[in-house]
Ligand binder design. Sequence first.
Ligand code: ZN
Length: 402
Amino acid sequence: MAGELLHFLLQRLEQLPSATFRESELASVSTSQFRSLARQGLLVYQQKDPEQQRFPCPTPCEVACDRVVGQVGGKTVAICEVWPEVVNVPLSAADLAVYAFGMDHFLDCFREANGMTGSFGLLSDRLFRIGERRIGQVTTEVFLCLVNEASRAEAVLATVQGHRLDGGRALCIFPSFAVTDPLQVQKWGHEQIGLATFSEAVKLPTLQINLSVVERQPGIKARASYPARTPAEERDYGNHQLAYLCQDRLHFSGTWQARRHTIRMNETERQLADHLTRLLVRLVIELKKGRGGWVSTGVLERENIVVGRTVHQAVSDLRKALLGALLDDVDGTKLIQNDGKRRYRLSTHPNYVYPPQAGLPGSQDWFVLTLNNLKKAGVKAREKRAVQQKRWAQRPGPSARP
Ligand SMILES: [Zn+2]
């Protein structure tokens, strides 16, 4: 999601939540970002009669009037009604095209990028609930606060406090305003309400929220999000050769629908396409051997784990598919770890990867069986494509027709 223009829009809404925007001013920030946000439905065109529109008077007339729109010599211009002799300002179509910010859709994008659940929407004209995410034992609710001064911030945060779920904590994101009074920061911290600016908490262009910013705030309790490790697991995390970076729990459901496999990463369900499941399962098989889990790019290529794309591309797709579901990893580079020597691994404890119906005899073989099936499916799909291509190549050319 385009960054600069998004900041501009949010900061304007912070001043005035009902603000609308002229295409000309949006394009002056960035034409390409304007087009991209309009295409994504985050800027919504408003039908507005030119005669109803008003423009600031650049020559400050006596009363600093709002100029009206009129036609002079076939051109659309902004006219000062106080001093008719001052020069009219020419207006373009972009000056007259008005857009509103698509807040509902923006909240949708946020929720999707972060695997959020729960209710969302407007709580007051300056406060939006984006949703909630449960990590381990703790639920964090996320709010967007459009305020530009300390007294408004207090009122909005009091509303947050009144709407909170019991026992969890809240993260309030402000587009640019920062609560700087240390007593206020501490007070809200004790209420388990964390405060952060947009640039501290949100990563662009993916819109991922870094929930751990909350923990930097005084008064907020550290979360007990991880189930306790067994002594053996504790030893493995301390072992230099293994040194897993994450504690994420990955559950395979064993169910496929339309060639998509449902997995659960921690608390979040995701659907993975065949080729991503194939790569993930291959990494699991290596991890389950208990020797650190590293697989080289060469091996992944030789075993036809990735087909029709580079290993790098497939890894990047897999990381993207897991975004928002991971415990501490913002972009997936910790969980799908690269060692800088063209090797990759799934960097969590092997005990934390569960086949369907874990505990049944033979369930460890599930990963190997699944990988074989996925490879066969991949070969079939490739053969089908090859046959189609061959048919296409052998179709009668124009000269062969009677
Ligand atoms: Zn004027």
